[in-house]
Design a protein around this ligand. Structure first.
Ligand code: NDP
Length: 292
């Protein structure tokens, strides 16, 4: 069994992106610039935003963080998005989700200029991805593809089972794994809460990608010997073993499943570190106008 080390790949990609920025600046071009809008004071969202802004600065990007109170109106947020859409200094824009319930997430996502939509959530980017056209890929699925690519894991002709069908992970990764590309060219089955014989379907997978949001759901009897297992889940679970009193766990029961696998992503340190770096990769592509 080999661990897929997302931290190591993240570190390599940071150096590559920083080198690209260095070259751009040496050629007299401006630094890539990412704008982040956050509404409300959700603790987890604030941590994610702080980490995105910090990583931007580490690779040499500019970034601007727009903080709004939870009472901000939808009109205010839409007006800020329009302002950023028109600002030629800003290459990429993300709005941290979830939003307070009085603001429509779909309206907000659709208001972002698709050429600045580095989260890859705008329907134009989603549609172009589905058609195999150049687009910004959503960060977590793009990170999974990068892990498979950099570990030279063969995906062509393999049975890939995706557990979960969310718009941000399950559905896009199933599209990417089935498209005519490498990594890709897999025969993909997508599972959800209405799937029958889930155990048997999972046990048929050469590559099992798990994004269902249920701690340690996947057990050894659901995994084929020699399978590649990608665990997207993140759960903060109470633990007597740590000082903090918490331990991060995935959607896969790692201790049981790992000995059966050829490759597996740990939690933490697998898919997680790839999400932020994929967002930065998209911002670099935006600044270099490589997609649009
Ligand atoms: P969602 O809750 O949006 O989707 C979960 C999916 O799993 C749904 O399609 C649901 O089916 C399916 N599902 C839930 N329970 C079962 C079950 N018992 N059997 C079969 N299918 C089931 O989750 P996300 O995709 O947003 O996230 C999944 C996990 O990944 C979470 O733990 C999240 O924290 C983590 N995550 C991690 C990221 C990272 O950077 N590492 C990034 C994004 C998410 P149905 O559609 O029928 O309801």
């Amino acid at each position: 069994m080999e661990l897929i080390d997302g931290k190591k790949i993240n570190a390599a990609m940071r150096l590559e992106i920083a080198e690209e920025v260095r070259k751009m600046v040496a050629e007299g071009k401006k630094r890539p610039n990412l704008a982040v809008i956050m509404v409300g004071d959700d603790g987890a969202s604030a941590t994610y935003v702080a980490s995105k802004v910090k990583t931007c600065h580490e690779v040499g990007f500019e970034s601007t963080d727009y903080q709004y109170p939870a009472t901000a109106t939808e009109a205010e947020i839409l007006a800020k998005i329009e302002d950023i859409n028109q600002n030629p200094e800003i290459d990429g824009l993300i709005v941290q989700l979830p939003l307070p319930t009085h603001i429509s997430e779909s309206k907000v996502i659709e208001a972002i200029d698709h050429r600045k939509d580095v989260d890859g959530f705008h329907p134009i980017n989603t549609g172009r991805m589905a058609m195999g056209l150049p687009s910004y890929l959503p960060a977590t699925p793009a990170g999974i593809i990068e892990l498979l690519r950099r570990y030279n894991i063969e995906t062509g002709g393999k049975n890939c089972v995706v557990l979960g069908r969310s718009n941000i992970v399950g559905t896009p990764i199933s599209l990417l794994m089935s498209r005519k590309a490498n990594p890709g060219n897999a025969t993909v089955t997508i599972c959800h809460s209405r799937t029958k014989n889930l155990k048997e379907v999972c046990a048929s997978a050469d590559i099992l990608i798990v994004a269902i949001g249920q701690p340690e759901f996947v057990t050894a009897d659901m995994v084929k010997p020699g399978a590649v297992v990608i665990d997207v889940g993140i759960h903060r679970m109470p633990s007597a073993e740590t000082k903090s009193g918490f331990k991060l766990k995935g959607d896969v029961n790692f201790d049981e499943v790992a000995p059966k696998c050829s490759y597996i992503t740990p939690v933490p340190g697998g898919v997680g570190p790839m999400t932020i770096i994929s967002l930065l990769q998209n911002t670099l592509l935006a600044a270099q106008q490589k997609i649009y």
